[in-house]
Design a protein around this ligand. Structure first.
Ligand SMILES: CCCCCCCCCCCCC[C@@H](O)CC(=O)SCCNC(=O)CCNC(=O)[C@H](O)C(C)(C)COP(=O)(O)OP(=O)(O)OC[C@H]1O[C@@H](n2cnc3c(N)ncnc32)[C@H](O)[C@@H]1OP(=O)(O)O
Length: 359
C-alpha cells in the first residue's frame, strides 16, 4: 500500500529569498507549487523511512512570489522561493509553533547582519569586476588605436617608396637605379627608425611575436641603411640601393595593411596569403642584396679608414671596420636562417588555424 510521509526540511533565508533543502535521495516526480503564500511539495524518493511518497506544505509568514525554482541532486531537493518584499523575517511560517519536520539549515544559515554583509560583498565584487572590465576595455582600445596609427603610417611610407620607385623605373628605366638614395632615403630613414617601435611592441607584449626575430629584422636593416648607405657617400649612387629598398618595401606593402585589417578583427584572404607567402622569395633575395651592399662597402671602409680603431704606434696599424663587416656577413646568414624559420612557423600557424576554423 502507498503511505505518504513528511521529509525532513532544512531552511534558511536572505533578504530576498528563502532556501529550502528537502532531505530526499534520488527524488522523482517532484511537484512544487506556491499558491496564496502556501508551498506544497510532493515527490517520490528515499527519505528517513525508505522509498516512499513524501509531501509537506508550508504557509509562509509573509507574501512570496508564485514562481518557485527547484533543483534535485542525488542527495536532496533544493528549493528557492522569492519574497514578495525585500526584508528579514522573524520566522518562516504563519504558525508560531514551528512544524516538527522543519529545522534551520546551518550550512546556509546567516543572521540578518551577516546577510547584509554578504550582499555588500557581492556588490563590491560586482563593482570590482566592472572596474577591471572597463580598465581592460580602455587598454585594448588604446592599444588598437596605437597599432592602427603605427601601421597606417608605415603603410603610407612604404607604399610611397614602392610606388615612387616603380614609377621612376618605368619613366627613367635603368637610370633610376642610380639615384634611389637621393629620392627615397629620407622616407626610408623615417620608416626604418620608426620600425624600432616593433622591438618594443614585441618586448612589452603589445603584439604576439618574438623579440629576437624582430630585433634581427630591425637591427639588420638599420645596420645596412645607416652604416653602409648612410655613412658612405660612395654607396649612394650604386644600383644595389635600389634592389635593397625595393625588396624591403615589396613585403611591407602587404604586411602593414594585413595588420591594419587585424586591428578591426577582419581579414582579406588574398592579403593574408600574400603577407605569409611573399617573404619566401623576397627574404633570401633581400639578404642577398644586403650582402652585396656590405661586400661593396668593404674596400671603401678600408680606403677611408672610417670607423677603424687606431692601435698604439708600437704596433703601428689599426683595426679596420671591414673586420666587423666580415663577421656581420656571417651573422647575416645566421639571421636569415633564424627569421626564415620563424616566418615559416608563423605561416604554418596561420594557415593551420584558418583551416581548423573553416572545418
Ligand atoms: C640580436 C641582434 C643581432 C643582429 C644581427 C644582425 C643579423 C642581420 C640579419 C639580417 C636579416 C634581415 C634581412 C632583411 O632585412 C631582409 C628583408 O627584409 S627582405 C624583404 C622581405 N622581408 C620580410 O618578409 C620580413 C618582413 N618582416 C617581418 O615579417 C617581421 O618583421 C618579422 C619579425 C620577421 C616577423 O613578424 P611577426 O613575428 O610579427 O609575425 P606576424 O606578422 O605573424 O605577427 C605575429 C602576431 O602579431 C601581430 N602583429 C605583429 N605586428 C603587428 C602590428 N604592427 N600591428 C598589429 N598586429 C601585429 C600579428 O597580427 C600576429 O597576430 P596573430 O597571431 O593574432 O595573427
Amino acid at each position: 500500500f502507498d503511505m505518504t510521509l513528511t521529509p525532513l526540511v532544512y531552511w534558511a533565508q536572505r533578504h530576498e529569498e528563502i532556501y529550502l533543502r528537502v532531505e530526499l535521495t534520488d527524488a522523482q516526480n517532484i511537484d512544487v507549487l506556491v499558491h496564496e503564500n502556501v508551498l506544497k511539495f510532493q515527490a517520490l524518493g528515499r527519505g528517513a523511512k525508505g522509498q516512499h511518497n513524501y509531501e509537506f506544505s508550508l504557509e509562509f509568514l509573509l507574501p512570496v512570489k508564485t514562481e518557485v525554482s527547484h533543483k534535485s541532486t542525488q542527495r536532496q531537493v533544493n528549493i528557492t522561493v522569492r519574497k514578495q518584499q525585500r526584508g528579514w523575517w522573524e520566522r518562516l511560517t504563519v504558525l508560531e509553533r514551528k512544524p516538527v519536520f522543519l529545522v534551520p539549515d546551518f550550512d546556509r544559515w546567516l543572521d540578518e547582519s551577516d546577510a547584509e554583509m554578504e550582499i555588500q560583498e557581492k556588490e563590491d565584487k560586482k563593482n570590482r569586476l566592472k572596474t577591471v572590465r572597463h580598465t581592460e576595455e580602455g587598454f585594448f582600445s588604446l592599444k588598437t588605436s596605437f597599432l592602427l596609427v603605427y601601421n597606417l603610417v608605415q603603410f603610407l611610407g612604404f607604399s610611397w617608396i614602392f610606388v615612387n620607385m616603380t614609377v621612376r623605373l618605368f619613366i627613367f628605366g635603368q637610370d633610376s637605379l642610380y639615384d634611389t638614395f637621393h629620392t627615397i632615403s629620407d622616407v626610408m630613414f623615417f620608416c626604418q627608425t620608426l620600425a624600432s617601435v616593433e622591438v618594443l611592441n614585441a618586448a612589452f607584449g603589445v603584439v604576439r611575436t618574438g623579440v629576437i626575430p624582430t630585433l634581427i629584422q630591425v637591427v639588420g636593416r638599420n645596420f645596412v641603411l645607416f652604416i653602409i648607405f648612410g655613412s658612405l657617400e660612395e654607396m649612394h649612387h650604386r644600383p644595389v640601393v635600389f634592389f635593397v629598398f625595393y625588396l624591403w618595401s615589396a613585403i611591407e606593402i602587404f604586411r602593414y595593411p594585413f595588420y591594419i585589417l587585424g586591428c578591426f578583427n577582419t581579414e582579406w584572404k588574398t592579403l593574408t596569403w600574400l603577407r605569409y607567402s611573399v617573404w619566401i622569395p623576397l627574404y633570401p633575395l633581400g639578404v642577398l642584396a644586403e650582402a652585396v651592399a656590405v661586400v661593396q662597402s668593404i674596400p671603401i671602409f678600408d680606403q677611408t679608414k672610417l670607423y677603424s680603431i687606431p692601435l698604439p704606434k708600437a704596433i703601428g696599424t689599426s683595426i679596420n671596420f671591414s673586420y666587423v663587416l666580415h663577421v656581420y656577413l656571417v651573422l647575416m646568414f645566421l639571421g636569415l636562417f633564424i627569421n626564415f624559420r620563424h616566418l615559416y612557423k608563423q605561416r604554418k600557424r596561420r594557415f593551420r588555424t584558418k583551416k581548423r576554423k573553416a572545418q
